[in-house]
Design a protein around this ligand. Structure first.
Ligand SMILES: [Zn+2]
Length: 216
């Protein structure tokens, strides 16, 4: 149990230090077998220690282990829905600035940069529902189909990966992409990459990854 707890608190600190969250916003989780560890409710991510993390059973949301006086993040249903719908090993949710700005303006992040493929394709915006509800969880799971990121309308962003550190890196990249897309759109009419080019980029990334793996 120790390694995932440490990975989660390290990830929480990394999110806080990256400036992706303000105050007590944002939450992270990591899958541990049939359960998940999730950051506690109303807690600044910079201050999360390994023993603060709450253990929740994925199947029914039952809290199995929580430090005295602490509760699982209010977005526990969202995290559970992501694990249910994917092979994710970790999930990061933030209210990062430009991701949130864009979530009020578009249905997907305009593909202004080839980095879009890091998320498995164009990043969709999940339709709005009240925070902490099963309705929001379902809408996010749907927007994430085949993707590693989604925006949440009028709310924020979510990323998933096999490991916490990678999900945090994706959250940072997502905020950068949202910032570029926002500013490009504000300045004019940016040229966009079409699906054929995004597929070529994905193919090129695969080729280079295989070449690097073979060289090792
Ligand atoms: Zn939120």
């Amino acid at each position: 149990m120790d390694a995932p707890r440490h990975a989660l608190s390290d990830g929480a600190r990394a999110v806080a230090e990256s400036g992706l969250v303000k105050g007590t916003a944002g939450n992270l989780s990591v899958r541990v077998g049939e359960d998940m560890l999730i950051t506690p409710r109303r807690c600044a991510l910079a201050a999360v220690e390994p023993h603060d993390c709450v253990r929740v059973r994925l199947r029914d949301g039952a809290v199995l282990e929580a430090p005295a006086g602490s509760e699982a993040s209010s977005e526990t249903p969202l995290h559970r829905a992501v694990y249910d719908a994917s092979e994710a090993g970790a999930v990061v949710h933030t209210h990062s600035h430009f991701a949130t700005v864009l979530s009020t303006l578009v249905d997907e992040i305009p593909p202004v940069h080839y980095g879009t493929v890091a998320f498995g394709g164009r990043v969709r915006v999940a339709r709005y529902a009240t925070f902490g509800t099963d309705e929001l969880a379902a809408s996010v799971a749907e927007a994430l189909r085949g993707r590693r990121a989604a925006l949440l309308a009028n709310h924020g962003a979510v990323t998933l990966a096999d490991r916490v550190d990678r999900a945090v890196d994706l959250a940072i990249e997502l905020e950068w992409l949202a910032s570029v897309a926002y500013h490009a759109t504000l300045a004019g009419q940016p040229s966009l990459l079409d699906d054929a080019e995004l597929e070529r980029v994905a193919e090129q990334a695969r080729t280079l990854r295989y070449a690097a793996a073979e060289a090792r």
